[in-house]
Design a protein around this ligand. Sequence first.
Ligand code: TYM
Length: 335
Amino acid sequence: MADAAKPILLSGIQPSGQLCLGNYLGAIKNWVGLQDSHDSIFLVVDMHALTVKQNPAELRKRCLSFVAQYIACGIDPKKSTIVIQSHVPQHSELMWILSSITSMGELNRMTQFKDKSKKHAANINAGLFTYPILMAADILLYQADLVPVGADQKQHLELSRDLAHRFNTQYSDTFTIPEPYIPKSGARVMSLQDPEKKMSKSDENLNNLITLLDSPDVARKKVKRAVTDSGSEIKLDDSRPGISNLLQIYSLISGNSIASIETEFEGKMYSDFKEVLGNSIAEFLTPIQHEYNRVIQDKSYLESVLNQGAENAYYRARKTLTKVYRKVGFISPAR
Ligand code: TYM
């Protein structure tokens, strides 16, 4: 599966909460679009998920469900490698090496750490703090050229680039410096009830997000209840984040430009627009859920996808880590 002629692409999602439209429009949609032109690796980052308290049985189930949802959204395991992070021990091994070249100051500046510390005030663990180093290890381990993510991951990506550069300078050329791929549109899908906040898959208020597994009726209802702003025009406008967010979602799902949607709904009411948007989301979700229901039942297929993914990833990760160990001065073990 490793195709030397193609640039390497890597991305991942934490198996927390439920995959939502934000994850799809900010990340997965672009993964699908880029998988033909790239040698792609898509991770389910279960080790990252432990930074927030998890129920073990649910975590196990959710990891498999995420893999099935990647496939249902169009990731083709024949073209791309799908891997569960904890299946490849080199992620945490490389993380340790990178920890020694990361400063506390760099980690202190991470806005996601600050946000998550506020949100999980009773469980500000060391993993939450060192999380961006593990993410850098995920990326650098596979010598990724391109990392498609939403806007909220930009700062983490910058740290990954800095660490790659630092290691290369301190030792010698070892890591590819990864480029972020943040879409112009869809990089920050906002919450339906609170459009000043991003849509988050682990939001406790399920009315804030549309999950990929919401039934079409539930999705329609959530759109109907979405907060819109005072005013009545269906127009993109920074001072009206509610309607602007819905417009952007509709544009991304339908493939129509914002300008053409504004023209289509000129003189119409919010309720007209919400009805069309609700239907188009329902139409978008239906085939994904159909495929999901098929794949999630086929446990032996999922197992074979994960075995193959782990084997491929392990081989590649070991190659990088062996090089890294040699560069930092570790002696190879006697065999
Ligand atoms: P996570 O699990 O929070 O989100 C997964 C992906 O979805 C994007 N995203 C969004 N995009 C647009 N609008 C939103 N409202 C929205 N919410 C989430 C995220 O930007 C991300 O691309 N640290 C990462 C996971 C990770 C990773 C990696 C990513 C671990 N290792 C290596 C890339 C490469 C995270 O927590 O994403």
